[in-house]
Design a protein around this ligand. Structure first.
Ligand code: NAD
Length: 478
C-alpha cells in the first residue's frame, strides 16, 4: 500500500512527470531521453525465515535505475509500505542525486516489506542477513557493482550485518567492507555518516540563506537565525536537521509531526527532549509544554518560515497543497511533494529546495566512506601531524617576531590553539560535505537564474543532473 493518494499519479509516475518537465527544456535525442528515464531492472525476492516456530515469508526488492556509472548506489528501506513502484522511483532519484552532487555512482534502491517494530533484535538480524544473502549471491550487493546504505527503518546495525554477511560469503575479497555504507565506525564506517543527511539539510539551508536574491524569491528576508521551522518525522534525517538548525543556527522548531500526531509550541520545542520522549514513550503523545494535535498532517499547514518534510513520500498532495503556508519547503524526505502539489505550490510562489539536492548529504558521506574502505586508511591519517608541525613552525616564527615588537603584537591564545590543530576525519568529512552542498546548490541556482524558461529549483536540479548523465552515456558512445 502506498502513502500517495490513489487519485494521483504514483511516486514513480510523479518522478517521471518532473523528469519530463525538465527534458522538455533540453535538447536530448528522444532515444537518450527514454534511456535515462527508464529503470534498468528490478529484482523481486520472496524468502522464508523460520521465526517463532513458523516459516514467515518476506518480500524484498532491489532496483537498478541507471548503470551509466558503477557501482550503483542507494539505500535499503524497511517499511510495510515498500513496493516495486516506490523502489523504482527512489532508484531514479538516486541516479539524479548522485549526478547532481558528483558522487560517481549510478542509481539504485532496495526495500523489504516489513514493520521492524514487530521483531526483536535477534529476529531482525536473521531476516536482514537472509535478505542480504539473496542479494549478495546475485551481485546485487558488491563493492564494485551495487553498494546499499541506510534508509527509512534501517541504520548502522543493519549495515553492519550486511557487511558481515558479505564478508562471510566472499572471504577473499579485500574490499569487502566497501560493499555497503553507513556502517558503525568499528565495522569500517566513517565519522559523521549517521548525521550526514541532516547535516546536509542544514548546509543546504545555510547556502540558500547566503543568496539574498533567493531568500527574496521566497518572500523572506534575513538569515536562518530566528526562523520558525516545522519538521515532519523525527527519525535519523529529521532529528539531526532540526537539532543542528536549533543548536547552531538559532532556528526555532515550532512544530514536530510524528506518526501519532503533532506537537506545536510558538516559543519553540526542545528537539532533544522530544526525541528522548519518543524513545521512552514510543511516540510524542503526552509530551508536556506543547499543544498536541492528533491529526498530525494538519500541522503541515500551520504558519512557519521553513517546512521540512523528513518522513514519507506524497505527504503534500492535491488534498492539502493549496493550504500549505510555508514560503520555503526543503524536501529532506524523498518525494514528499507529488507532481500535482508541486504545480500548485509553484503557482503560489513557494520555493522548494528539491529532494535530490536537499537530502544528498547521506550519499555524499557514503561516497567518502566507500573511498575510505577502498583505500584502507582513515582520512587525515597521513597528513594531520605533518600539517600540525608546519603550523608549529609558523607559530614559532610569529612568536619570535612578536617578542621583538612588544606585547601588543602577541597572538591571541585562541588563534594559536585553533591554528595548530590539524583536521581529523570528522572535520574533513564536514568540509567535504559543506563544499559538495555549496557547489551543487550553485549549479542549480545558476540554471534557475540564467534561464528564462526555468522557474524553480527542482527543474533546474533535473536539468543539471540529466545533462551529466547524458554526457556520461555520450562518452560511452551511446
Ligand atoms: P527513519 O526511519 O529514521 O525516520 C522516519 C521518521 O518518520 C520516524 O521517526 C517515523 O516515526 C516518522 N514517521 C513515520 N510515519 C510518519 C507519519 N505518517 N507522519 C509523521 N512521521 C512519520 O528514516 P530516515 O532515514 O530519517 O528517512 C526519512 C526520509 O529521508 C525518507 O524519505 C528517506 O528516503 C529519506 N532519506 C534518508 C537518508 C538517510 O541517510 N537515512 C538519506 C537520504 C534520504
Amino acid at each position: 500500500m502506498s502513502t500517495i493518494p490513489a487519485t494521483e499519479p504514483s511516486f514513480r509516475e510523479s518522478v517521471d512527470l518532473m523528469f519530463n518537465r525538465a527534458v522538455a527544456l533540453m535538447e536530448l535525442s528522444p532515444g537518450l531521453e527514454e534511456k535515462i528515464r527508464v529503470c534498468n531492472a528490478t529484482y523481486t525476492v520472496r524468502f522464508g525465515v523460520r521465526l517463532r516456530g513458523q516459516i514467515k515469508t518476506f518480500t524484498g526488492y532491489r532496483s537498478v535505475h541507471s548503470e551509466h556509472m558503477e557501482p550503483v548506489k542507494g539505500g535499503i528501506r524497511f517499511a510495510l509500505t515498500v513496493n516495486q513502484d516506490e523502489v523504482e522511483a527512489l532508484a531514479a532519484l538516486m541516479t539524479y542525486k548522485c549526478a547532481l552532487v558528483e558522487a560517481p555512482f549510478g542509481g539504485s534502491k532496495g526495500g523489504l516489506r516489513i514493520d521492524p517494530r514487530e521483531y526483536d533484535d535477534h529476529e531482525m538480524e536473521q531476516i536482514t542477513r537472509r535478505f542480504a544473502y539473496e542479494l549478495i549471491k546475485r551481485d546485487m550487493i558488491n563493492p564494485a557493482q551495487n553498494v546499499p546504505a541506510p534508509d527509512m527503518g534501517t541504520g548502522e546495525r543493519e549495515m553492519a550485518w550486511i557487511a558481515d554477511q558479505y564478508a562471510r560469503m566472499n572471504t577473499t575479497d579485500i574490499n569487502s567492507r566497501a560493499c555497503v555504507t553507513g556502517k558503525p565506525l568499528n565495522a569500517g564506517g566513517i565519522s559523521g555518516r549517521v548525521e550526514a543527511t541532516g547535516r546536509g539539510v542544514q548546509y543546504a539551508l545555510r547556502e540558500f540563506f547566503r543568496h539574498p536574491e533567493d531568500v527574496k524569491a521566497a518572500g523572506m528576508t534575513g538569515k536562518l537565525d530566528g526562523k520558525r521551522v516545522i519538521v515532519q518525522g523525527l527519525g535519523n534525517v529529521g532529528y539531526h536537521a532540526a537539532k543542528f538548525l536549533q543548536d547552531e543556527d538559532g532556528a526555532r522548531i515550532v512544530g514536530i509531526i510524528e506518526r501519532d500526531g503533532a506537537l506545536f509550541s510558538e516559543s519553540g520545542l526542545d528537539v532533544d527532549a522530544v526525541r528522548d520522549w519518543i524513545v521512552k514513550h514510543d511516540g510524542i503523545t503526552g509530551f508536556p509544554d506543547a499543544v498536541h494535535t492528533a491529526d498530525g498532517a494538519r500541522v503541515l499547514e500551520e504558519e512557519c518560515d521553513i517546512l521540512i518534510p523528513a518522513a514519507l513520500e506524497g505527504v503534500i498532495n492535491l488534498s492539502n497543497a493549496e493550504r500549505i503556508k510555508a514560503p520555503l519547503i526543503i524536501e529532506a524526505a524523498n518525494g514528499p511533494i507529488t507532481a500535482g502539489a508541486d504545480d500548485i505550490l509553484r503557482e503560489k510562489g513557494t520555493v522548494i529546495i528539491p529532494d535530490m539536492y536537499a537530502n544528498a548529504g547521506g550519499v555524499t558521506v557514503s561516497y567518502f566512506e566507500w573511498v575510505k574502505n577502498l583505500s584502507h586508511i582513515r582520512f587525515g591519517r597521513m597528513q594531520r601531524r605533518q600539517e600540525e608541525s608546519r603550523h608549529e613552525l609558523i607559530v614559532q616564527e610569529l612568536e619570535r617576531l612578536s617578542n621583538h615588537l612588544g606585547d601588543q603584537w602577541s597572538m591571541t591564545p585562541d588563534f594559536k590553539s585553533k591554528y595548530l590543530r590539524g583536521a581529523d576525519e570528522l572535520e574533513l568529512v564536514r568540509s567535504g560535505l559543506d563544499d559538495t552542498m555549496r557547489i551543487a546548490y550553485q549549479s542549480m541556482r545558476n540554471v534557475w537564474h540564467s534561464r528564462e524558461d526555468v522557474h524553480d529549483l527542482r527543474t533546474a536540479a533535473y536539468i543539471v543532473s540529466i545533462e551529466k548523465v547524458a554526457a556520461s552515456y555520450r562518452a560511452k558512445g551511446l
